[in-house]
Design a binder for this molecule. Structure first.
Ligand SMILES: [Zn+2]
Length: 271
């Protein structure tokens, strides 16, 4: 599933490609009511694109907001205009003067009112990639939660935008076992974790991929950094930090990776 950096990058790219111009909106698949946004002429001016967590919001003139959530299988495809015929599975096509963006397989692609968008946003935790993010609620909840920190990081209502790869990597970099109850993560560790997530997600937006290993990109061009070199524990058998064994197990139905030498287990005592 795309993580927050992919979504924020899409918002930035789509704004650059389509902002301020009339955009032809269609749904070749027919499962999105394009006419509700674009009217009978089939086009509307795109004002801006905003990302929050894993959600995208396209603001069109006439106070129309299109909400997109890629989910597990959703993908964008960007082509020069005029683009070839869309695939019949294309949920939404946005066609600007220079660029055409096709959306295939999203979990959500729908028109929202301002209120509905507000309700959706209210259900999301702070997004480390947004300038207006306030981590206070995330700190407060975690400090009194017995839920494992590995689960809290994936809970979009507590912190928005972190997915499986960042989860595994940031916990490793801070030496925290994913099973550690939130309340057992010291306050300064939790703050360090937030700052690390902010830094790594921003880097992900710039580089359009997740690389959590330090220094590597100085040694060779980043496009030659392979996937297994990009991470310390995620998807690995051997810990990149200490060479020890990486354990993979399921935490609330998603794989988590941990090196128990670097990330010692903390027992949940009383309190
Ligand atoms: Zn290790």
């Amino acid at each position: 599933m795309p993580e927050g950096h992919t979504i924020h990058r899409a918002a930035r790219d789509h704004e650059q490609d389509l902002r301020g111009q009339p955009v032809r909106i269609s749904s070749p698949q027919g499962r999105f009511d394009a006419e509700a946004v674009a009217g009978p002429e089939g086009e509307a001016r795109l004002l801006r694109v905003e990302a929050c967590g894993k959600h995208l919001f396209y603001f069109f003139e006439g106070e129309q907001i299109v909400h997109v959530h890629l989910g597990l299988f959703g993908k964008f495809k960007r082509r020069r205009s005029p683009a070839p015929e869309p695939r019949p599975t294309t949920r939404m096509r946005l066609e600007g003067a220079k660029w055409t963006i096709d959306l295939v397989g999203p979990t959500a692609c729908e028109l929202l009112t301002d209120e509905e968008m507000g309700e959706l946003m209210a259900r999301l935790g702070p997004d480390p990639l947004r300038d207006d993010a306030d981590p206070a609620a995330f700190y407060r909840y975690t400090a009194r939660s017995r839920a494992p920190i590995g689960a809290i990081l994936m809970d979009q209502s507590r912190i928005a935008g972190v997915g499986n790869v960042y989860r595994a990597e940031v916990l490793h970099l801070e030496g925290i076992h994913p099973d550690t109850p939130g309340s057992k993560v010291p306050a300064e560790k939790l703050q360090a974790l937030w700052l690390l997530i902010v830094g790594l997600l921003r880097r992900g937006v710039e580089e359009k991929r997740i690389v959590t290993t330090r220094g590597l990109t100085l040694e060779k061009p980043r496009e030659r950094v392979s996937r297994s070199e990009s991470f310390h524990v995620y998807g690995r058998k051997e810990c990149r930090s200490c060479g020890g064994e990486v354990v993979r197990y399921m935490l609330r139905a998603r794989s988590v990776y941990v090196c128990e030498a670097c990330q010692p287990r903390v027992e949940d005592g009383e309190g």
